[in-house]
Design a protein around this ligand. Sequence first.
Ligand code: HEC
Ligand code: HEC
Ligand code: HEC
Ligand code: HEC
Ligand code: HEC
Ligand code: HEC
Length: 260
Amino acid sequence: MKKIYICLFCFCIFLSILYGLSFSQGGLQLPVLSSPEEYGDIFIDRVSTKNKVTPVVFSHWIHRVKYTCRVCHDELEIAMKSSETEILCGKGEAKGERHCVKCHNGKESFAFAPKDAEGENCKRCHNADSSPNRQKFFELQGKLPRSKFGNEIDWGKALNDGLIKPKDSLSDKTRTIVHDKILTLKAEMSGISPAVFPHKTHEQWLDCANCHPEIFNIKKKTTKNLKMANMLKGEACAICHLRVAFPLNDCKRCHPKMRG
Ligand code: HEC
Ligand code: HEC
Ligand code: HEC
Ligand code: HEC
Ligand code: HEC
Ligand code: HEC
């Protein structure tokens, strides 16, 4: 009799483990997202706190209206990882021609210096918070096609409808789309509709070198961490699709045939 109880007990534990596993795979634990006006804001503090200045908040939506990703992440060699790039500021002296200084020079956009008595110019970047731009964000959002998550703006449609015209280069270089193939990435799990990867959509914003060979192999279905479990940790597609581009929550944009 005792044996039967022990067996029953073990069986129950076994069942609950099995249930727990299947639940964590089916009902994906998606990370909490920031609000639409703050989605894509990057907190930069490689040297600020050390130098006793307020850290910098860089807002992607303000910039992607005017420039494609490749301008900064290819041409200006800014890393796709917060606080990674050695960004020059020189306590506001801003010597050189790199990173923020390339544009914040008083011509392309406002300059680092001269600052006024309150250091206002400094505060535009060193503010640890982007709330001064809230109103501007909602005005912009009101003019652009909407989506459900992230900035709640359909950036791809905004671009294709000509509602935004981001520069693709700071020089006069023009590009042509070279790889116009939609990849179908069939999931390893049965019953899951495949994910699609449109090269063209990505090339409108990005350079091949932003993805190949560091994030993805140039051979279909060979990239090891191309799985939802890794993506939930911010890897593979989620390097962009949890931080700047529409987030993982939008299942159907990658799995167009997914039900529900
Ligand atoms: C266009 C944006 C921008 C403006 C304007 C700006 N900074 Fe910076 N500053 C940065 C960035 C980005 C960093 C790098 C932050 C980091 O990695 O922690 C930085 C770093 C610094 C640092 C750390 C050490 C160094 O010099 O690199 C100091 C000090 C500093 N800024 C002072 C100032 C002062 C004073 C002003 C106003 C005269 C100013 N900044 C204006 C963007 C700006
Ligand atoms: C005007 C310049 C600029 C443009 C345009 C731009 N970025 Fe960034 N991006 C940055 C900077 C600056 C950082 C922070 C880098 C650092 O601190 O080293 C960053 C960081 C990132 C990160 C890392 C986020 C994190 O949490 O670590 C991702 C991902 C990213 N960008 C994707 C994109 C995508 C996708 C686009 C186009 C839709 C884009 N960026 C357009 C300047 C830009
Ligand atoms: C490729 C050019 C370019 C680069 C690189 C760039 N910016 Fe900008 N930035 C602009 C332009 C243009 C605007 C004005 C956008 C507008 O008003 O619509 C702007 C606006 C801003 C604003 C909004 C401020 C306000 O008060 O309106 C901040 C803050 C800012 N940039 C910080 C940065 C920081 C920090 C970096 C470097 C990490 C950086 N930018 C790199 C072009 C650039
Ligand atoms: C946003 C990221 C991204 C960008 C940008 C990108 N690719 Fe890819 N590419 C991928 C992914 C994801 C795969 C599939 C990898 C896998 O399944 O393991 C892939 C696969 C490929 C393949 C093999 C599959 C096929 O279509 O034959 C080629 C070739 C390729 N890319 C070329 C390019 C070229 C050329 C560019 C630039 C013009 C480019 N890619 C830009 C993400 C990207
Ligand atoms: C380097 C950044 C980056 C990576 C990595 C990346 N994407 Fe994207 N993706 C973008 C950007 C930017 C857009 C434009 C839309 C936006 O910003 O929300 C986009 C758009 C898309 C779209 C178009 C959706 C629509 O409604 O038109 C699909 C589908 C997509 N991505 C799937 C993927 C998949 C699948 C992967 C991984 C295999 C991936 N992406 C990796 C940056 C990236
Ligand atoms: C940015 C694009 C993207 C979004 C958004 C996305 N997925 Fe995926 N998903 C993929 C890719 C790529 C794969 C891997 C396909 C393969 O195996 O090659 C995948 C695979 C899967 C798998 C198969 C198991 C695995 O881990 O690989 C499941 C289940 C899944 N996705 C569910 C979801 C659900 C549910 C959502 C919405 C909450 C979602 N996905 C949103 C791109 C995406």
